[in-house]
Design a binder for this molecule. Structure first.
Ligand SMILES: [Zn+2]
Length: 338
């Protein structure tokens, strides 16, 4: 799995390239200025000679202080010429893309903000979520897609229910550092409910928040999970990427399994699912599952062991209401009819 430390290594190489490019850019500027303003070329040569004198004279001729003063006067003249010609004062200074860390990625042994951003970008690229998170995030979350009328089956209206879930998810996100560091909060989630009630949407909302906190999130549909894990275990296509996939689902901080129960079920999938969920639990990794199956069906389809792991260690949210896709269409229609 591309994990934080392998990202870090790649990113440090990126900084090396940035420093190299900036150095090239500065050399180009120096060249350009010397060609356009011959006096600057002369000044540079004089400064170089003075430095040589200072190094070699050993007390003969001008004193080091005098040489330094002459050099300072030349530098001053150079700045004045540059300003007169309309160049910014730092035009010939070392170029830094990030001034804070001077393109090293860290400041006083702490990761610089630019490094953190680069790491988050990597996590986004590797999350398998693609562009989805642009639309599927809490900014686009609306409770008014859920009815305010009781469905006759549940105590809470669909809207009151989703509001509770929303607040609970915010608490979950707030406490996620505690889960990873001390295991003192619950780190796993099961979203359960019929098709179209917004389970995947909510799990993507959570994914985005955790990515923004710097965690490595990996999304996979249940169908693809079992297919690819099966390939890796049987070493069927001997491709490196199926091994890499296998490692990723094991090692990522947050694994999202979408639509559990829609995959082809067999003895492999049941035992693999248990091993995966259990080993992630033991290593305090977070797993977020969405499923159309009810808890009773989960118990029937998989094993008692899986069922009890989920009941013990997962926050379980049951989402109900009408298919949001209808509500969205209705809302859209209403704006068109106005
Ligand atoms: Zn920086």
């Amino acid at each position: 799995m591309p994990n934080a430390s392998s990202y870090k290594k790649e990113i440090l190489q990126e900084y090396e390239q940035i420093r190299f490019r900036n150095k090239q850019l500065l050399n180009q500027r120096i060249q350009e200025i010397r060609e356009q303003i011959p006096r600057i070329a002369e000044i540079d040569a004089q400064i170089r000679d003075l430095a040589l004198d200072a190094a070699l004279s050993h007390g003969e001729g001008a004193t080091p202080e005098e040489l330094a003063a002459q050099s300072q006067a030349l530098i001053q003249e150079k700045y004045e010429i540059l300003a007169r010609e309309g160049y910014p004062s730092d035009y010939l200074s070392t170029i830094y893309t990030c001034k804070k860390c001077q393109d090293t990625g860290s400041v006083e042994n702490e990761l610089c903000e630019c490094m953190k951003q680069k790491m988050i970008q990597r996590q986004y690229q590797n999350s398998n979520l693609g562009a989805k998170l642009t639309d599927e995030n809490f900014k686009h979350f609306r409770t008014d897609y859920y009815s305010n009328l009781s469905d006759g089956k549940h105590e809470l209206t669909p809207r009151a229910n989703i509001e509770n879930i929303y607040h609970s998810l915010l608490k979950y996100i707030d406490g996620i550092d505690d889960y990873f560091q001390n295991g003192t909060t619950k780190g796993n989630i099961l979203f359960q409910g019929n098709t179209g009630v917004g389970k995947s949407f909510l799990s993507n909302c959570v994914a985005k928040e955790l990515l923004d906190k710097g965690y490595a999130v990996f999304y996979v549909s249940a169908g693809s999970l079992f297919e690819q894990a099966g390939d890796a275990v049987m070493n069927k296509n001997q491709r490196e990427n199926s091994q890499e996939f296998y490692q990723t689902v094991n090692e990522c901080d947050v694994l999202i399994i979408d639509d559990l129960g829609t995959e082809m079920m067999n003895s492999f999938s049941t035992s693999y699912l248990y091993t995966l969920l259990n080993s992630r639990l033991l290593r305090q990794k977070a797993t977020i599952i969405s499923t159309n199956l009810s808890l009773t069906e989960l118990r029937q389809h998989y094993s008692e062991r899986i069922f009890s792991r989920i009941c013990d260690s997962y926050l379980i949210y049951t989402i109900y209401g009408e298919d949001i896709r209808f509500a969205k269409r209705k809302a859209w229609q209403a704006t068109m009819d106005k």
